[in-house]
Structure formats: C-alpha cells, structure tokens
Write a protein that binds this ligand. Sequence first.
Ligand code: UD1
Ligand code: UDP
Length: 360
Amino acid sequence: MKITIVLGTRPEIIKMAPVIRELEKRDAEFFILHTGQHYSYALDRVFFEQLKLPQAKYNLEVGSGSHAEQTGKILIGVEKVLQEESPDIVLVEGDTNSVLATALAASKLYIKVGHVEAGLRSYDRQMPEEINRTLTDHCSDYLFAPTEKAKAILLGEAIPEKKIFVTGNTIVDVVYQNLKIARERDNTLGSLGLHPREYFLVTLHRQENVDNRARFASILEGLDKLAADFELPIICPIHPHSRKRLGEFNLKAPKLTLIEPVDFFDFLQLGSNARLILTDSGGVQEEACILSVPCVTLRDSTERPETIDVGANILAGTSPGNILECTRRMLGKENNWQNPFGDGKAGERIVSIITGGFDD
Ligand code: UD1
Ligand code: UDP
C-alpha cells in the first residue's frame, strides 16, 4: 500500500510527526507532499530537523495569499502529484487550507482520505478553520477522532460509524516523545531571564483576532493590564502573521516581550514552566492541558471543549476585563486534571488502522 502524507503548516508538521515516525518504523511505502503554505524556517524546516522527519518528496511552494488563491493553488498542485503517484490513501491533519484542498483533490480522484483530528467543531463559521475541518470530515473515508466527544459530533452529522476511529490526538504522542529531551536541552528560560512559574506565555495568530484591529488592540490592552497586575513578564513568540498586522495597525504592546517563533523543544520548555498560558491557538490549548498548565483562551469558542470540561481551560474572549478575570479564576484552581486526549499511541493506532483495515 502506498501512503501520501500531505502537510503544509507548523501544527501539521508537529502533529503528523508521530504518524510519520510509525510509518518509518514499519517500513511502510510512503512519501511526504509539502504544500509550502508555511515556508519561513521558523514555521517549517526547523520542525523537520528537530523531529528528524524525512524530507518531503514534493514541495508545491504555494506560499501566502488569499484563501481562494492559496486553496486553489494547493488543489491544482496536489491533484498533479496524486495523478502521477497514484497512492492508495492520503493522510491530512487538522484544519488548514492545505487540509481542505488536499481532501478535495484526493476524494475527486477516488483516492481514500484519512483525516487525523476529525470531528472538532467550534460552531463558529467566522473561523476559516471551521469550514476547512467540517468539509474535510465530509469527504474523508477514515476519520481519526481524538476523543469520544469528537466521534459523537461526527455521528450527529450522519457520518457512518464504520468510518470513525477514536485514536487519541497525536499531540499527546509528540509531547510525550519530546518533553524529556526538551527539558534536558539548553536553558531556554535562563537565556530569556525567566524563572519557572514566574511568567505568562502567550501565542496569538488567528485571523479573527489579529486581522481585526479592535479585537487585536483589546487583547493587547488586556495582556498589558495582566503584566502590570501580576508584576510578571509575558513572553510572546509572535507568529509572522501577527507581527505583520501589529505593524500595519500601528499597535503597541509595551509590557509584552515579543520574540521570534521558537522551535518545538523551546516551546515545550517555555510552556511546561509557565504559570499560565494565554492563546488563541488550537494546538496550544491541547498542549497546555497535557502539560498540566492552566490555559486562558482568547476566543469566544473552542473546538477543544474537552480542555474546558476537565477544568484546564477557560474562554475569555478578547475584553481586557475578561482576560484578567479568567486568569485570576484559572490561577485559583488546582492543576490536577486528567489529559483527555489519549495515551500517546495515536500515531500507532492510525497506522495500524490504515495498513490493517484497508480494502484493496
Ligand atoms: C495558518 C492556518 C491556521 C493555523 C496556522 C498555524 C489557514 C486558513 N490558516 O494560519 O489555521 O492555525 O497556519 O500556524 O490555513 N507567513 C510567513 N511565513 C510563513 C507563513 C506565513 O511570514 O512561512 C505570514 C505571511 O505574511 C502570510 C501570513 O503569515 O500572509 C498568514 O499565513 P497563512 O498561511 O495564510 O495563515 P496563518 O496565519 O499562518
Ligand atoms: N509552537 C512552536 N513554536 C512557537 C509557537 C507554537 O513550536 O513559537 C507549536 C506548539 O508547540 C504547538 C503548535 O506550534 O504544537 C501549534 O501551532 P499553531 O499555534 O501555529 O497552530 P494551531 O494549532 O492554532 O492551528
């Protein structure tokens, strides 16, 4: 069986790593197709190097652009490669434009699609990711739901049960596999003048926040107040998208320490030692939960409700008052929840399912 892994952005590289590792271990026939949606070293190559992933056989180099432009280029590029290579199955992970375009291209060529991280819903169609993940689920043949909750959502949308497999989320695998190495590595905290539990970690890049001046300004005001109130540093590895908008909107964040995006080991070290994490990222909400660090989500909805159910996360939206209040509330709780995203063997399960259960 020939397997194609398609990926294009930072979180897809990180979360596909355990699947790729497992395919290598089993000597399976596979290749990686990179769409080139992310191309900066700090959002792309660094993760291949650090997680020791094999080179992509193809890179479509689609780069940045409007949604239609980016999705269209990926659709055309992926179709060409799939026609040339005729794989039996294509695996995608998550909810980016790379994922939707690939699922569309493959399913129309009658190539099976496996969606890793299926069944997530925020029910907010203002988020491009919600459209991408919903449509991808509905043209997939294998839906790898991270939790029973995600499976129930898919069943509620009339997706046949035989296509759905609850595997856990591969983020658990990749965190468990790398946390020790990350902690033993160099002294990330020291080089930034930080001490364990004496700083907040922030990430912010979602379109609905950083492309909207009022929302972006409101979050920055909240974070500034937080730094002043708690007298703690706030460290923010800033996504290039957000850096660009910060400049265009002429916004300032005097109390935030902005640094370049960091590699995965550094992020694990910064995340696992933070007093609390504030984020609008999907993956970072999960990571905080797995690392037993409380999380305040700078959004009005989440497709990761499991993090809230176990008490690891809270939705603050973007108002400065709510950001402060939610932070106080999370800091007043015990961090003794159970990780709801699985046992770290999702990659293994996914590969067993596609290699064992495939109908030729
Ligand atoms: C994309 C995904 C988002 C995901 C995020 C992960 C979509 C619709 N969005 O958002 O779901 O959470 O990746 O990080 O698929 N840029 C660079 N270097 C790069 C890539 C982008 O500087 O390597 C800058 C460019 O200015 C670009 C902007 O970031 O215009 C946005 O990039 P894009 O890929 O469109 O979306 P992300 O914000 O990265
Ligand atoms: N991450 C990283 N360096 C950073 C910020 C995030 O390595 O400076 C990792 C983080 O560990 C997580 C993933 O990026 O696994 C989340 O990706 P991102 O927030 O870009 O996308 P999302 O999950 O929101 O789609």
